[in-house]
Write a protein that binds this ligand. Structure first.
Ligand SMILES: Nc1nc2c(ncn2[C@@H]2O[C@H](COP(=O)(O)OP(=O)(O)OP(=O)(O)O)[C@@H](O)[C@H]2O)c(=O)[nH]1
Length: 300
């Protein structure tokens, strides 16, 4: 334990350095941590825990700890009597072990030496676990990103589709899929080289990304094929997004000079769809566009 002092409201304050990125700290990690502290120190009987995050750099974020114990209250301003333990977390933006990256616990009574030691040990374990969890998240993120274009890759597409389909099933939130394939891309590779081909892919990815609104997401599915998951399901909406993408690509001087355009197939989610059936419909529409001379959009 690095620091113990009297808190300004008469509580005892214990502080530990904590090295973490607040954006990535999840409620479940905190659940685990707080649970461990409470059970180890046998503080559960003191009934209420108040937890919040403070940061000099970020807005306050309250974590949902409602499932932790029946007596837990989150986000309420409880009186000192009903707030025997207050745990607050102050973390900076970066993982640089600065003094203001700390996990601070407030206790209404002085902890025994044994409790202090236990708390210190629990904290050390938590920080180790947290670091591992963050490293794992980082790896996962890398595994869902296409390194050339920076878009999410096919893994990312699969994850996002599963999420959207389960939302559609549960809440009826329909969505749409666009499958985009470049026209005549192979010629760029064959005549100008693979690096130029890569530059074309990056260029197209940037144009698609900048065309989409918040809530829509673009993916590189593989090769010269891209996908978009759209947070809308009307024919008018997917038509207008597809037209915007086609216009952006079709009017880009760099791509015009390389003879590259794009063909797009679209489909909206229907009850009973899984990602394969939805994808097959959009891909069928794309296939029809290719067969009819490319550089157009069709919806299934
Ligand atoms: N430079 C580059 N080329 C790639 C990459 N991935 C796939 N390719 C190439 O992309 C090409 C895709 O082939 P096609 O879709 O048949 O080519 P196309 O000329 O666009 O054909 P159409 O769709 O009929 O117009 C192949 O030549 C692949 O080798 C990549 O990461 N970088």
């Amino acid at each position: 334990m690095d620091f113990i002092s009297n808190g300004y409201d008469g509580t005892v304050e214990a502080s530990y350095p904590l090295c973490s990125s607040p954006a990535e700290l999840t409620s479940s990690q905190l659940h685990t941590f707080v649970n461990k502290i409470l059970s180890t120190l046998d503080l559960r009987s003191l009934c209420s825990v108040y937890f919040y995050q403070i940061s000099h750099h970020l807005p306050v974020r309250t974590f949902d700890l409602s499932g932790l114990t029946p007596s837990l209250s989150v986000g309420e301003h409880l009186s000192l009597e009903t707030r025997p333990v207050k745990i607050s977390l102050s973390i900076g933006n970066t993982c640089d072990e600065r003094a203001d990256h700390a996990c601070i616990y407030y206790f209404t009574r002085t902890l025994t030496r044994g409790e202090r030691n236990l708390l210190g040990q629990m904290h050390t374990i938590f920080v180790q676990q947290l670091k591992q969890a963050l490293a794992f998240e980082q790896l996962k993120k890398m595994a869902t990103k296409d390194t050339l274009t920076g878009l999410s890759n096919r893994n990312g597409f699969n994850e996002a589709s599963i999420r959207l389909i389960s939302r559609a099933v549960r809440y009826g939130d329909a969505f749409a899929l666009l499958v985009i394939d470049l026209d005549n891309f192979k010629t760029v590779n064959d005549t100008m080289g693979h690096n130029e081909g890569d530059a074309v892919l990056e260029r197209v990815a940037g144009l698609i990304r900048n065309t989409l609104r918040a809530g829509d997401e673009a993916f590189r599915f593989g090769g010269d094929e891209f996908c978009c998951l759209l947070d809308c399901a009307t024919a008018q909406c997917i038509n207008s997004v597809a037209s915007r993408i086609r216009d952006k690509v079709g009017q880009d001087t760099y791509l015009i000079e390389r003879g590259v355009s794009c063909s797009i197939g679209g489909a909206t989610y229907r009850a009973g769809d899984d990602i394969n059936s939805l994808f097959d419909r959009a891909d069928g529409a794309l296939y029809a566009v290719k067969a009819n001379g490319k550089n157009a959009f069709a919806a299934a």
